[in-house]
Design a protein around this ligand. Structure first.
Ligand SMILES: O=C(CO)[C@H](O)[C@H](O)COP(=O)(O)O
Length: 228
């Protein structure tokens, strides 16, 4: 799919998703370029009188939502999130996902696990039979080079994420990201178990058994998948 079609589908899926947001809901607001469109749509609805409270999942999302006067609270200021809407990097046939391409998966996962329902909104390029996207790990900077070597020795093709000018990418929680460029993840649960054993990994980007509803934007309209 060309990048113009992808951008168009991102904007369209955001329009489909915003209809699920009703008055008095507490909404987890995810991060990334698809969510950028969702935040724009939500901002318009708030301007038109919609009453919601948003819980942002990143500094960038918080800044964007504040600019549009969307009322926000932190996770610890609310009782529970009714619905979190977020993007995803890839979703496989069993509706398991990879997130964290934008380095926000730690906060996204914390918000998701504190939500009654989770919705992912994606363009159709994100659907794959088997996960192949690099799996991001948020890691503690201390000893991260050793962790990278350990992961490489396990055959997990680990590489600390750097910017184009070779600076370490740092997350909103001041951690680093290690990407695992594995060619395929046929058994995400087994990989998650393996990663959960390793000291220094704060959180991996495998989002397993977590999503309730997926909206996939196709050229001819949105497809709603009710997973659980
Ligand atoms: O997990 C994320 C950020 O950490 C994003 O949801 C994911 O990377 C998808 O981003 P985009 O909507 O830009 O394709």
């Amino acid at each position: 799919m060309d990048s113009e079609t992808i951008q168009k589908q991102k904007a369209e899926v955001a329009q489909a998703a915003v209809k699920y947001i009703q008055n008095d809901m507490v909404i987890g607001i995810g991060s990334g370029s698809t969510m950028w469109y969702l935040i724009e749509e939500l901002g318009k609805r708030v301007q038109a009188g919609l009453r919601i409270t948003g819980v942002p999942t990143s500094i960038a999302t918080k800044a964007h939502a504040e600019k549009l006067h969307i009322p926000l609270k932190t996770l610890d200021e609310i009782d529970q999130i009714d619905l979190t809407i977020d993007g995803a990097d890839q979703i496989d046939d069993h509706y398991q996902g990879i997130k964290g391409g934008g380095a926000s998966h730690l906060m996204e996962k914390i918000v998701a696990t504190n939500s009654k329902r989770n919705m992912w909104i994606v363009d159709e390029s994100k659907l794959v039979p088997t996960l192949t996207y690099p799996v991001p790990l948020e890691v503690i900077p201390y000893g991260s080079r050793q962790l990278e070597k350990r992961l490489q020795a396990l055959g997990l093709h680990a590489k600390i994420r750097k910017t184009t000018d070779q600076q370490f990418v740092t997350t909103d929680s001041a951690n680093y990201i290690i990407d695992l460029s594995i060619t395929a993840v046929p058994n995400p649960a087994a990989l998650a178990d393996q990663l959960n054993q390793l000291v220094g990994i704060v959180e991996h980007g495998l989002f397993l058994d977590m999503v309730n509803t997926i909206i996939v934007q196709h050229e001819d309209g949105p497809q709603i998948i009710n997973v659980r």
